[in-house]
Design a protein around this ligand. Structure first.
Ligand SMILES: *Cc1c(COP(=O)(O)O)cnc(C)c1O
Length: 358
């Protein structure tokens, strides 16, 4: 049976990425060796790393003065690396979800943190809009897509202080203006590659402004100077990331991807809003994520929630459980998820409504 992969992360990857990476695990670039057993300094792998950086820059239209790094440690290590490198006195954070909260907590180890706004009291079901970022903050940190709660900031904010964004779960999902950011980072396992590589887009100008000593491995400058080869990079995930970037380029780039993503999310939100059994977690349509679509059953039908999951599973739909902190359902509609999977889910929702409410 065809499987529909709605997992939130690690999550669906293009077949192109999976096939090419599987082949390279047997014979990498005609070397007669597996990708798992070649030196990261071999000319074949250095070429992979360079091409991945290049394509990153090309697809996101990254201006001069920025570097693309491939590191280990996950997005969670960036929660600490960002303040280590940027926080001298004070940083501002927007608290829009569990990951945003965790990022802010780490920053408090390094200096004063101003939480400019939080939607925590409302189970993070909206994006705060009316807040003031202190102009003397060293940077302002946002989480553009809140993977667990299903909200998203889908425009590039204007900000007087350096803007830092965790884009783990929406990188490459829309066109964006990188010049508005000082740092963009994320774990690759949502929209790009298998778990193991963390991407960081960093503006060189933003660095070198703190007085503290920074351990070598935690200093962005180390990785810039060594082109992400200071230590052994996660070779297999970097190779896979390159495949996804090639796939994306082939498809027409981020602009085309964005259109497809909006269409897919629209189809699903429309059905959630129409169907008598379900309701969306995020009331304001402008705050709804295009990547993680969270919904529940209406109160009077709540008892049927597990049954619908079982039904969807029987049709090959995997990973639809909402995060344990929210419950209900979460359909992750990342770049690689085909429209057919969204349509299959919508059909299942319709069929379930018909059986239950006939
Ligand atoms: C998944 C996720 C993280 C955590 O990423 P790790 O690579 O597991 O550390 C952080 N932020 C966001 C927005 C996420 O979706």
């Amino acid at each position: 049976m065809k499987k529909h992969n709605f997992y939130a992360g690690p999550s669906i990857l293009p077949q192109y990425t999976i096939k090419n990476t599987a082949e390279a695990l047997i014979d990498f670039a005609g070397t007669g060796l597996s990708l798992m057993e070649v030196s990261h300094r071999s000319k074949e792998f250095v070429a992979v790393s360079n091409e991945a950086q290049q394509l990153f820059k090309e697809l996101l239209d990254i201006p001069a003065g920025y570097h693309v790094l491939f590191l280990g440690g996950g997005a969670s290590s960036q929660f600490m690396m960002v303040p280590f490198n940027l926080l001298e006195k004070k940083a501002a954070y927007l608290n829009t979800g569990t990951w945003a909260d965790k990022a802010q907590k780490e920053a408090k180890l390094f200096g004063e943190v101003v939480e400019v706004a939080s939607s925590k009291a409302n189970t993070y079901n909206y994006i705060p809009k009316d807040y003031v970022v202190p102009e003397d903050a060293d940077y302002f940190h946002i989480t553009t897509n809140n993977t667990i709660y299903g909200t998203e900031i889908r425009q590039d904010l204007d900000c007087k202080v350096p803007l830092v964004a965790d884009m783990s779960s929406d990188i490459f999902s829309r066109q964006m203006d990188v010049s508005k950011y000082a740092i963009i980072y994320g774990g690759a396992q949502k929209n790009l590659a298998p778990a193991g590589v963390t991407f960081v887009i960093v503006k060189e100008d933003a660095l070198g402004k703190v007085t503290r000593k920074i351990p070598t491995m935690l200093n962005y400058k180390t990785h810039i100077e060594n082109e992400s080869m200071f230590n052994t990079p996660p070779v297999v995930p970097v190779f896979a990331a390159l495949q996804t970037l090639k796939w994306l380029k082939e498809l027409g780039g981020v602009k085309v991807m964005e259109k497809m993503n909006i269409e897919k999310a629209g189809i699903l939100y429309d059905e959630i809003d129409r169907n008598k059994l379900f309701k969306a977690n995020i009331p304001d349509v402008n705050d709804r994520s295009v990547m993680n679509i969270c919904f529940v059953m209406n109160d009077e039908y709540k008892a049927w929630e597990p049954e619908f999951l079982t039904y969807a599973k029987s049709l090959g739909m995997l990973g639809l459980e909402g995060h344990r902190s929210v419950g209900g359902y979460r359909a992750s509609t990342y770049n690689a998820l085909p429209k057919e999977s969204v349509i299959a889910l919508v059909e299942a929702m319709k069929a379930f409504e018909q059986t239950k409410l006939k």
